[in-house]
Design a binder for this molecule. Structure first.
Ligand code: URP
Ligand code: ZN
Ligand code: ZN
Length: 555
């Protein structure tokens, strides 16, 4: 045991916040071995790694503090749901909320958390993450353990990750992600990307929906030569989604035009990170959004536009919604609070960390997206957490096209949305719950198990103190990345306690998590977005006045 701990200590020192991928590979393989060892030989001690406290398997009650008890009472806070808030106590047993009402009395065997003067809200649900994703010649630095640990420290208790098929096979992709997710410490679900089209893929989509708990598929209109699909494939995919009751999601950028824009920049000698933004301007996002929205309208199927980064895309969504189309728009935190000026920073390491797609836009788009979020044109906030450290970003030192695309956000989302939207007065606290948790649960059909503080819901709960403050820095964040795109941001409103599955996992600035605690959450098809689709189809058919019966002229 002592040897094991000194090995872990060595790994911790070696990793620190260093960017040396050699050590990281060694550390990751050793960590996998250790996770296996814990499974085979449970022992009763807690260990520390990455500055986190892990509870070893087999000691769920005693590790860390009594706060891992299965009975909890959260006392005297303002309990906030998407449609209502009231001062009440919340009683939790065995991972489930049992009761929400004022003045609940309990026995001595219950851990009591005082939430007086604080908000008690559903844990955040991040609809858009990429943990352990192989992408652009490397793999995201946060896996299902480190990414989720970071999420919990920031008040997010569930996320939905994108399974990438293996050589187009959805089954192989699902199996690969099942292995990656074994080390999960919080609940998670999956969307699945569709990267090619044939009868096998169509059949596998049925299996994913009917047997594997996936109810959404993402179509990439960008990343030419890798993930990008054609309009023909998108049409087939939309039709299939409609028949399965699955939600179609799009990454909306015109990939052909992006490739053209990239060549233009290289020809102009613009090879640095600013070339990323210049090569894929908002008009290409607007065009692809308009196209996807119109094709979804043509098929009469709901559409979810991921990472809406520009006014151009947002306005296409607003227009479609005005005409009665069911289109969901998801902004991400980076698009809401950052602008593209960072990409012009003379320090490559700083500039490269802001490279993501669609790009972070010029100042002005951020404010317009915030306004659209407060008006309900955009409905929920994701992160697109897709982290690469500075060594990985350096793959594109001489050519911006090779900089792995992606930024962090899973740990920062709840704080930054509070600061930007609630503290600024743009939305109410109930709206905050809706856009960070409840609406995601409704769209992906897991409400009210998730996204609510109601008797019977999962005990995924945060306590947010509106009077304490947060500060973001790579030196103290829980992601494995050595950089943070929100470096130095400060604000009011801090998640002081996170409860996931009825366990207090974040309290007093300390994380207590264990690989294997997270559950895979199956999501059923035919969410509320599908209500009325059949009737609309029937109305359409009866409006055709066709086929016209024609009499053949007598000969
Ligand atoms: O830059 C990004 N967004 N990376 C992740 C992949 C995607 O497009 O969502
Ligand atoms: Zn995307
Ligand atoms: Zn993404």
């Amino acid at each position: 045991m002592a040897k094991l701990q000194s090995t872990l200590q060595w790994l911790k020192i070696k990793e620190g916040r260093s960017i040396d991928s050699h050590y990281r590979v060694q550390r990751n393989s050793l960590l996998s071995v250790l996770v296996c060892l814990f499974t085979i030989f449970p022992f009763s001690r807690s260990i520390q790694l990455d500055g986190l406290q892990f509870c070893a398997y087999g000691e769920s009650e005693s590790c860390g503090s009594s706060s891992t008890t299965t009975k909890l009472l959260i006392k005297g806070g303002t309990v906030v749901n998407a449609h209502h808030q009231e001062v009440a106590d919340v009683y939790v047993e065995d991972g489930i909320i049992v009761s929400v009402q004022p003045n609940i009395n309990v026995g001595d065997d219950v851990t009591v958390l005082d939430a007086t003067g604080k908000y008690v809200m559903p844990g955040g649900i991040d609809p858009h993450t990429h943990l352990a994703m192989e992408f652009m010649g490397t793999e995201t630095i946060d896996d299902f353990f480190s990414g989720q640990a970071a999420a919990l420290a920031g008040g997010t208790t569930m996320h939905i990750d994108f399974v990438i098929p293996v050589n187009g096979s959805l089954t192989a992709g699902f199996e690969a992600y099942t292995k990656k997710a074994k080390k999960s410490c919080m609940d998670y679900g999956y969307h699945m990307a569709i990267t090619k089209w044939d009868e096998d893929v169509a059949r596998e989509m049925e299996i994913m929906v009917q047997k594997r708990g996936i109810n959404s598929f993402k179509f990439f209109l960008a990343y030419k030569g890798s993930l990008m699909i054609t309009d023909d494939l998108l049409l087939q995919g939309l039709k299939k989604c409609k028949s399965l009751g699955a939600l179609a999601m799009v990454h909306a950028e015109n990939g052909d035009a992006v490739a053209e824009g990239q060549n233009r920049m290289i020809d102009l000698g613009i090879t640095g990170p600013e070339g990323h933004a210049l090569s894929r301007p908002p008009v290409l996002e607007g065009e692809a959004t308009a196209r996807a929205v119109r094709l979804a309208g043509f098929v009469n199927v709901p559409l979810y536009v991921v990472h809406v980064m520009s006014v151009d895309a947002m306005e296409e969504i607003a227009k479609a919604q005005k005409s009665g189309q069911k289109v969901i728009g998801e902004p991400v935190v980076s698009g809401l609070v950052l602008d593209d000026s960072w990409l012009w920073n003379p320090d490559f390491t700083i500039a490269a960390k802001y490279v993501m797609s669609p790009p972070i836009r010029k100042s002005g788009h951020d404010k317009a997206l915030q306004a659209a979020l407060s008006r309900g044109v955009l409905q929920l906030v994701g992160t697109d957490h897709c982290t690469f450290n500075s060594t990985q970003k350096a793959l594109g030192t001489d050519d911006f096209r090779k900089i792995p695309n992606g930024v962090n956000g899973i740990e920062e989302r709840m704080h930054l949305v509070w600061e930007t939207m609630v503290e600024s007065g743009q939305i109410s606290v109930t709206d905050y719950v809706r856009i960070t948790s409840t609406e995601c649960a409704r769209i992906f059909n897991i409400y009210p198990r998730k996204g609510a503080i109601l008797a019977g819901s999962d005990a995924d709960i945060i306590i947010l103190n509106p009077n304490s403050s947060f500060e973001i820095t790579a030196a103290t964040h829980h992601s494995r990345s050595d950089t943070n795109v929100y470096e130095g941001r400060k604000g009011k409103g801090k998640v002081e306690v996170t409860i996931a599955g009825g366990k207090v996992v974040w309290e007093g600035g300390a994380l207590k998590v264990q690989p294997g605690w997270g559950k895979y959450i199956e999501m059923a098809p035919f969410s509320y977005l599908f209500n009325g689709i059949e009737r609309a189809d029937a109305t359409y058919l009866s409006s055709l006045n066709a086929p016209v019966r024609r009499f053949k002229a007598a000969t």
